[in-house]
Structure formats: C-alpha cells, structure tokens
Ligand binder design. Structure first.
Ligand code: 13P
Length: 261
C-alpha cells in the first residue's frame, strides 16, 4: 500500500449545461454522503465545462460539499489578446483545484503538441493549480512502439524545463480505450503506470515520483474500477462517459467496497 490518496476524477467533456451540472453535482454529493463516503481515502473531483464552473463552485461552497473542482483546459498565457482562451488566473479565482492538460482530444482536435502542453503545465503551476497531465498512445503507436514509450515521452516532455515542479498528477489514458468500451487490462494499466513512475524517478528523483499520483483512464466503470485500483501503481481513475451518471460515478468513487470481493 502507498500513502497516496486515491483520486477519482470525472471529466464531463463537452456535456451538461450549468443547470444540468447543478443537478448532477447535488445528486453525486448526496449519493456519496448516503454511502458514508470517506473523502480522506478517495478524493472525488468533477471537471465540468468552463461555463458550469461558477455554478458548481457556488454549490460546493454553499452546501459544504467535499467534492473537488477541476477545469478541462487552460491557456498557456495569463491574460491579453487571446480570444476564446481561459486564464489559469481566472480558474484559481474560482477555487478550481485541478486542471486537465493535454487530454488526447485536445492533442488530436486542437493540435496540442508537447511544447504547448509543457507551457500549459507551467501556467497551471504559476496559478497554483494542480495539472492532471494526460498521456497515452494510439493504437498504431501501441503496435509500433509498445504501450509505455509514448506515455513516458509525453510525461517527460510536459515536466521538462520548469524552475520548480509543483504538485502534479499523471493520467495514463490509452487513446484506443477512450470512449470505445475497449479497456486496458489491470495488468497493462499497472505496468505502464509503473514505468511512468520509474521514468519520473529517473528524471526528477524518487521523492517526487513517490508522491505523484498516476491515474488510469479509458472506459472505466463501477464494474471494472476495482481491478485497476488493486495495483499499488494505479492511484485513481480519470472517467469520461461514466462520470455523467451520478449513481455510476458514485459507485466508482466507492471502489473500496469492491476491493475485498
Ligand atoms: P471514457 O471513460 O468515456 O472512455 O473517457 C475517458 C476519458 O477520456 C477521460 O478523460
């Protein structure tokens, strides 16, 4: 066992307007409360679209929910003439804790490369946000280079060249497993997460590698989550589709219930 607190992260992607967001967060918080969820053993964080963040923040604040708040992206710039961009400064003013950086959908549809992702990681550090740096290989890369090569290269690139590293999280999401229903086996996920940790240790030292949480993502559901989290190498999950259903996501957050089975 490690002393890293599990992180259960729900990436809503471009789903749910602010009213739907309020309904989902209320239902999720109550479902976890009813189940007596212990947030000190598994942190639960939602990543709504930008337009929902203020409403979700107000709700978390007013009802004293223990849920964490994340954003799905941020600008590499702090302010200025960058139409459509959102500054990390604005996110941190809204009490956002985490921000996804380099999700494969941003890499694919918005041409984000390792240089951009490194700059966004730096922006997150500047504004006191914890970047959740997403890495993962496509099917072709899996076949030509094996599972770990691309995620390791992407991890090292995102973490290079910072004056000091703030806290960060790595999310290993094989592109072939996102939204496809095809899931990496727990052994495959654990093996890649372990290799990413070893690469971080080599580059930045054992202390940083030991405290860093490395998540698995890609078609995670309540029914398969325990398999991933059984391995000490996997410190949590980044969930897409299944995070849009309060009962299902609450079931994922309560993975400990299944661990003993
Ligand atoms: P799915 O859980 O829908 O496969 O999405 C994974 C993901 O991309 C989370 O960021």
């Amino acid at each position: 066992m490690t002393n890293r607190v599990a992180l259960i992260a729900g990436n809503w992607k471009m789903n749910l307007d602010h009213q739907q967001a309020i309904a989902l967060v209320q239902k999720l918080a109550w479902s976890l409360k009813d189940a007596g969820h212990d947030y000190s053993t598994a942190e639960v964080v939602v990543f709504p679209p930008f337009t929902d963040i203020r409403s979700v923040q107000n709700l978390i604040d007013a009802d004293k929910f223990e849920l964490g708040l994340g954003a799905q992206d941020l600008s590499k710039f702090d302010n200025g003439a960058y139409t459509g961009e959102v500054s990390g400064a604005f996110l941190s003013k809204l009490a956002v804790d985490y921000v996804l950086v380099g999700h494969s959908e941003r890499r694919t549809y918005h041409n984000e490369d390792d240089v951009t992702i490194q700059a966004k990681t730096a922006a997150a550090f500047r504004h006191g946000l914890v970047p959740v740096i997403c890495v993962g290989e496509t099917l072709e890369e899996l076949e030509s280079q094996g599972a770990a090569a691309v995620p390791i290269r992407q991890t090292i690139a995102a973490l290079a060249g910072h004056e000091a590293l703030g806290d960060f999280v790595i999310a290993y999401e094989p592109v072939w497993a996102i939204g496809t229903g095809k899931v990496a086996t727990p052994e495959e996920a654990a093996s890649v997460c372990g290799k990413i940790r070893a690469a971080i240790a080599e580059e930045h030292g054992a202390e940083i590698a030991d405290k860093t949480r490395i998540l698995y993502g890609g078609s995670v559901k309540a029914a398969n989550v325990a398999g991933f989290l059984r391995s000490p190498e996997v410190d949590g999950v980044l969930v897409g589709g299944a995070s849009l259903d309060a009962d299902e996501f609450s079931g994922i957050a309560r993975f400990q219930k299944h661990l003993a089975l």
